[in-house]
Structures are given as C-alpha cells and as structure tokens.
Design a protein around this ligand. Structure first.
Ligand SMILES: Cc1cc2nc3c(=O)[nH]c(=O)nc-3n(C[C@H](O)[C@H](O)[C@H](O)COP(=O)(O)O)c2cc1C
Length: 453
C-alpha cells in the first residue's frame, strides 16, 4: 500500500463567485441575475449550510477589453466586493468573506481601513486576496496611460501589505478606555501613528479601528509567476492558484510553494493552498460525459469561442464562423502596449497558435472545438462518491488543502455539492461536520497573523 503523507487532512472549500468569466453559464434559463443581491445571498447561505470556509469574490475595476473593444460575450460587470461582503456579513454568521483587492491602484490607508471595517463588522471573518492586476487597461481608470510593470507591481504590493499590517497592529489591545468615567474614549498613547517612506509610499497614517476578533484579515494571494510565488511565500496565509485540474501539476506547485515558505523562514504548513476548480456531479457514471459536454457547449458559445480566439490572435475575429476552420492569418506579434492587451504577449501567441493548429489538424476540429478542447477547465467530474474520493486523495497527498469552487450556474450551482458531495466527504472523514470556530482564521486552521506571533 502506498503511504499517505497527510492521513488526517481535511478538505477546505471556498466558493469563488468570479463575476467576469466564461465559466459561469449566464444564458441558461435556470441562471439567475449576476448582479442582484439575492443571487449573492443564495450562494453565500448555501455555502454556509455546506460549512464552507469562505465566500470569495474576484475584482475588476473596469469592464474588460482587448485592443480597446469590450469583452462582453460573457458576464462583464459586478458590484464592489467590499460593499457586497459587508451586506453578506449581516445575513451570515460563520462563513469567511474574502475580497480580492489590488495593490496597484489602491492606497494602503484607504484599503486597509475598509478591510478592517469588514473584519470588525463581521466579527473576524474577512479575508483579502491580494492581487496586482495583470491586465493592461485598468490603469486608464486612474491615470492616463497608467501602467506599472510586473516587477514594480510586486514591490509595491510588498510595501503596501507591510503598511496595511502596521495599520491593523496600530491600536493596542486596551486602546478603548474601559471606564465610562475616563476623560477620553481612547487610552492615551494607545494608538500609534504609522509613518512610512518607501519607494512607492510616503504616508503618516492615524488608523481608525481596533483589531478584529481574528487579529488581521486573512491574507490570500493569487498570482503564479515566480515573483507572485515569492510574495505568497513571504506574506500570504492562503494561496489561490490556477492549478485545480491536474493532480501532478497541483502537487508540483504545492511542493514549490512549501519549499519557498521554508526559504522565507516559515514552516512549510504555514499556508493553505486552495486552487480554483470546477466540480461536475452526475447521479450515474454513465451520465458524467454527457453533463460535461452540455456544460462546455454552454460555456463556450460561438461568440465566446471567437472572443477567446481573438485574444490569442491579438486580432478581431468576430467576422469568422466559429464552426469553421481556424483563421488562416498569423497572430499579431508586436509587443503589447501598456494599455491595450488582455491576456498574451507576442511570443506566447505564436506558440499557442502553433499548438492550436496542430490540434485542429490532428483531431480535425473546428475553431470552436479547438477553443473547447484547450480551455476546458474541469477539475473534477463524476458521481459524488467518485469526486469525494478524488478530493480526499488530493488533500491527503499534498496537492492542495482544498478548493475554491467556481459554480457553473448561479445561484443554484452549489446545491448538489452541498447536498450530495459533502455528505460523501464527511463519510470519509475528510470534511468538517460543524464549524468549530467563529473566525475565518479558525476555519482555515491558521496561526496568529504573521506580525503577531
Ligand atoms: C486564481 C487567480 C485569480 C485572480 N483573480 C484576480 C482578480 O479577481 N482580479 C485581478 O485584478 N487579478 C486577479 N488575478 C491576477 C493576479 O493579480 C495577477 O495580476 C496575475 O496573476 C499576474 O501575476 P503573476 O504574473 O504573478 O501570475 C488572479 C490570479 C489568479 C492566479
């Protein structure tokens, strides 16, 4: 029998309400609003019924575009994450509330304060997914032509997070006077002014809030480049990765992250690794393939296929027939400008197009079929029992600590996961049967915040 490295490991679940993406099928009759609070309420309360660790929101500060054209074939808009989570804090009790917020276009005094507000008001359930925002157009919202190159983004992120942590540590534990007879509400000297001069910031901040029930919001990180991984290793408590489909790739990524943690002077288990994934459940094994096919057909419509192929080619391909062959012309290879691109640079494009052409030829596929073939991102598909076995194998063999699940339908997409999959996991002893703590930090089994050990 092969040895199980983490025999007691438990599966942690977050729900990733993506907002923009082509994975959520918005066009199906059973699909609800992507914007109304009722949708968020249903998803969050279903996840809480399923004892999930967290409800997780992505962030986009501007409608997505490619070469100045809106990418509008899939879901495009969404409310501000912190506003949305603050509303959910009022109607949920336990589930963690994680906001993706970028460090490139925010300011520490403002963002750290808003996150602390969510953390205090939710009694210690807030998380912050620290991103640097890789697209090139968002900067235009803030300063004309405003783009910050990749390396500088992570420098700024590290400085940003350092200041945020000082803000969250600035009130001593007895900062609020205990007696109503005191002459001042604050204990004299109990709140520090944060003065910092770094490459990106020059600030003197008097923070407005005490620490929350969990000390600090839990720090998530999403970014897979070497700079992103190092940032996670030095600073993050949860890493949200794109490695949620293939066991070997996930295991390699997780091993790499754990090694980087040790290099950064932290214990290897000081982080939770939660790849994003999709789960497709069917009652019978014979129905699994059919359900996957149904889902792919709905996720990659003709228009979506043309839009995704257009990003690869760097050209507008909307005039083509998605059921026809790949475009005959070569991809655009000029270097991407600071404000135009969506996804890829010139080098990447040539390689991807070559790969797509080979695939189309060998398997005799249409454009849409190639896109389906190359962008399908199921993590797990099967009967509830089969998927429960596989998820348990992942966490017990160190490929992840759980998953951030994108439901393919909202608001109902978590129903079968909660009703059918979770009982199977519980039967295998790999999923909690009740919340044992009240804060997000406790659900994740994390230590005290990094600056408070
Ligand atoms: C799983 C995952 C989710 C992400 N979600 C967002 C998001 O919601 N908003 C955003 O601006 N960037 C998001 N990003 C992008 C990251 O902030 C980062 O800019 C990008 O991954 C480039 O960094 P890297 O080169 O280190 O990968 C996400 C990245 C990953 C891997």
């Amino acid at each position: 029998m092969t040895e199980v490295p983490f025999p007691a490991a438990q599966v942690h679940f977050g729900v990733f309400f993506q907002g923009v993406n082509h994975h959520t099928v918005w066009s199906h009759p059973s699909s609800g609003s992507q914007i109304d609070f009722e949708t968020f309420r249903q998803v969050a309360t279903t996840a809480e019924r399923g004892l999930f660790d967290a409800f997780f929101l992505g962030e986009g500060l501007r409608l997505r575009e490619q070469d100045g054209q809106l990418l509008d074939t899939d879901i495009a808009g969404r409310p501000d994450a912190i506003a949305q989570l603050a509303a959910l804090a009022g109607i949920t009790d336990r589930i963690g509330l994680v906001a993706t917020q970028n460090t490139t276009y925010n300011e520490p005094a403002d963002l750290a304060r808003r996150l602390a507000g969510l953390d205090v008001l939710s009694d210690g359930r807030a998380g912050w997914n620290v991103v640097t925002t890789d697209n090139a157009w968002t900067g235009e919202n803030f300063r004309r032509g405003g783009f910050l190159d990749h390396a500088h983004r992570y420098d700024r992120a590290a400085e940003f997070l350092g200041i945020a942590r000082e803000i969250w540590d600035s009130w001593s534990d007895n900062a609020i006077a205990e007696s109503r007879q005191s002459s001042s509400w604050l204990t004299p000297g109990a709140v520090r002014t944060i003065e910092r001069e770094t490459e990106h910031f020059r600030v003197a901040i008097r923070p407005t809030l005490p620490r929350s029930a969990q000390g600090h919001p839990v720090i998530f990180q999403a970014g897979a480049s070497p700079a992103g991984r190092d940032f996670a290793a030095s600073s993050a408590e949860v890493i949200f990765s794109p490695f949620g489909t293939h066991f070997d790739a996930a295991r390699e990524f997780a091993d790499d992250i754990r090694a980087r943690l040790v290099t950064a002077g932290r214990p290897a288990d000081d982080i939770r690794i939660l790849p994003g994934t999709q789960i497709v459940l069917a009652d019978r094994e014979s129905e699994v393939e059919e359900k996957k096919r149904w889902l792919l057909e709905h996720q990659i419509t003709g228009a979506t296929a043309l839009s995704l192929a257009g990003q690869v080619w760097g050209r507008d391909l909307s005039h083509l027939d998605p059921e026809g062959p790949l475009p005959v012309e070569d991809p655009e290879t000029t270097a991407i400008s600071g404000t135009r691109g969506a996804q890829r640079d010139g080098h990447d494009r040539v390689a991807v197009v070559k790969q797509w052409r080979e695939l189309a030829e060998t398997k005799r596929l249409t454009l849409r079929q190639v896109v389906i073939e190359t962008t399908a991102r199921f993590g797990f598909a099967g009967t509830p029992g089969q998927v429960a076995d596989e998820l348990t194998r992942w966490v017990r063999h160190g490929a992840s600590d759980g998953f951030n699940i994108t439901p393919y339908l909202v608001p109902t997409g978590l129903d079968d996961i909660v009703d059918l999959l979770i009982p199977e996991l519980q039967e295998r002893g790999s999923y909690r049967t009740e919340y044992t703590g009240t804060t997000l930090r406790e659900h994740l089994g994390l230590h005290a915040p990094l600056t408070r050990r």
